[in-house]
Write a protein that binds this ligand. Structure first.
Ligand SMILES: [Zn+2]
Length: 415
């Protein structure tokens, strides 16, 4: 078994008039297709093609493959819109997806055939990062798929085929604002600090607040400063995330990852509920979660971290499994008690909430080992003995010796 790993790499280029025209035309085509799909109440490629192809061909006379990629963008957009609802969707950004049928690439120059027999040549600019990919591609290790063109970049997806390796175990990760905790199916517990993200966020939020106080809003200077510090923050966080993911992948050896499926995370964070306002006598839609909580959850890069971990694991031929996250941190996996959002330990057995979340993920995936709660006594009231599989020398087993007979999981720093 093998799997395909794609890394998208941006290359800067000089936009030409033809490209500008192409991007604008492409946007119109996508928007027209979106309208047509909504009118037809369909999302099939064939129905769309039958309905619009002639019209489009007469108006734009592009290479046919451009319509096909535009159809797909339109279909995706409409499908997403059907799920979430809201205003009629419209594409505003300028970009075009270019199928391999419409370009030729020699490692430096990209030749795009916009219309039959009409070519545009784009010279790509690159640094050492991009060069690495180009060289691997020239050696035949990578393949190139559909590229994306926007106003500033040509984005090339490089695909690598990796042989799938059999995992030596599984490790579930619980992502938090300050730390990532992992528990393996062999009972190893690991922790990585990620408080840097929150600290950086806070630092730049303070800087932005200062700019807002001291510089007249909406002026050119204001915009320039906000953009400058925004980019600086984004870069710092991005750098950190890459290093973090690299470290985690290194520390989790040949284990497959088990992560929470984040589907619906944003909507559950921002959930609203109709409430009666006793001050004005109206029924109003109110936020279920407090403002600060929403801000923290919405600004933490859960998806980005998952994406990086998944990607880096794949490069090693290992997989990432996603399991339903409902109630993974709310219910104690050992004693079944409810753990409230603000409690760091299970109120009954003292299990650390992050460890518990991991245990629940392992259980849901079906690779749980069985930690047995310690009979309650005064000194060890919140200890947990984990029984590693026979013959398995794990860090957990070593840890047990270090702290005596039981590893006190509640000692794990919380965050
Ligand atoms: Zn418990």
């Amino acid at each position: 078994m093998s799997l395909e790993v794609t890394q998208t790499v941006p290359f800067k280029y000089e936009k030409t008039i033809e490209i500008d025209r192409l991007l604008k035309g492409y946007k119109d085509i996508v928007n027209l297709c979106i309208q047509e799909l909504i009118r037809l109440r369909k999302t099939s490629l064939k129905a769309l093609h039958d309905a619009v192809y002639r019209k489009l061909k007469a108006k734009y006379s592009y290479q046919t493959s451009f319509y096909v990629t535009a159809y797909r963008v339109a279909i995706q957009t409409v499908k997403a819109w059907r799920k979430t609802g809201g205003e009629t969707p419209r594409i505003e950004k300028l970009f075009a997806k270019v199928s391999p049928l419409a370009y030729k690439f020699d490692g430096e120059t990209l030749r795009i055939s916009i219309k039959p027999k009409q070519f545009v040549y784009l010279k790509l600019k690159y640094g050492s990062y991009q060069r690495k990919f180009i060289e691997a591609w020239k050696r035949g290790e990578l393949k190139i798929g559909e590229i994306i063109l926007n106003e500033r970049y040509v984005i090339i997806p490089f695909k690598r085929v990796v042989e799938l390796t059999k995992p030596e175990g599984y490790i579930a990760l619980d992502l938090n604002e300050n730390c990532i905790v992992g528990v393996s199916d062999k009972g190893e517990v690991k922790r990585w600090d990620c408080s840097y993200i929150g600290r950086t966020r806070a630092k730049y939020e303070a800087i932005r607040a200062k700019i807002q106080r001291n510089v007249a809003n909406h002026t050119r200077k204001f915009k320039r400063l906000m953009a400058k510090y925004g980019a600086r923050e984004a870069n710092k966080v991005k750098d950190f995330l890459h290093k973090l993911a690299k470290q985690i992948v290194k520390d989790t050896k040949k284990y497959n990852l088990i992560l929470e499926d984040l589907k619906g995370l944003r909507s559950s964070t921002n959930k609203r509920k109709k409430k009666f306002n006793r001050f004005n006598g109206k029924v109003q839609s109110c936020s279920v979660n407090p403002k600060g909580f929403k801000h923290r959850w919405n600004s933490f890069p859960y998806r980005k971290i998952q994406f990086l971990l998944d990607y880096k694991k794949r490069l090693n031929g290992l997989e990432t499994h996603y399991v339903d996250r409902a109630y993974t941190s709310a219910r104690c996996s050992v004693c079944g008690s409810e753990i409230k959002p603000k409690e760091h330990l299970c109120p009954k057995c003292g299990l650390n909430r992050h460890v518990n979340a991991c245990l629940n993920l392992l259980k849901r995936f079906g690779v749980a080992f069985s930690p047995t709660p310690q009979p309650r006594n005064d000194s060890m009231s919140h200890a947990l003995t984990i029984q590693p599989k026979a013959g398995m020398r794990t860090s957990m087993a070593r840890g047990e010796r270090e702290v005596g007979r039981h590893l006190n999981l509640s000692n794990l720093p919380t965050g």
